[in-house]
Write a protein that binds this ligand. Sequence first.
Ligand code: ZN
Length: 75
Amino acid sequence: MIANQTNRPSGMPCPECRFFIQISLEDLLYKQSFQCPSCLLEITMDRSNSQEALKLLQDVKIAIDEVKQASRFNL
Ligand SMILES: [Zn+2]
C-alpha cells in the first residue's frame, strides 16, 4: 500500500494537448522547465508564483524519503 504510492508516476497533464507528462519529484523541485513529449510545448515553472506548491512538494518528498528510511529499518 505504501509501495503503491511511491510507484505512482508523478507529473502533470500538458495544458496544450492533455498528454500526461511524467516528471519525477526531483525534476519538479529542481528543473526550470519541461517539454511535452507529445506536442513539444515548453512548460516553464514560475517559482515566484508557486512557493506554496513547491513547499508542498518538498513535504511530499521528505515524506517519501522517510518511508524509504523506515522500510530500510524493516529489512
Ligand atoms: Zn502537449
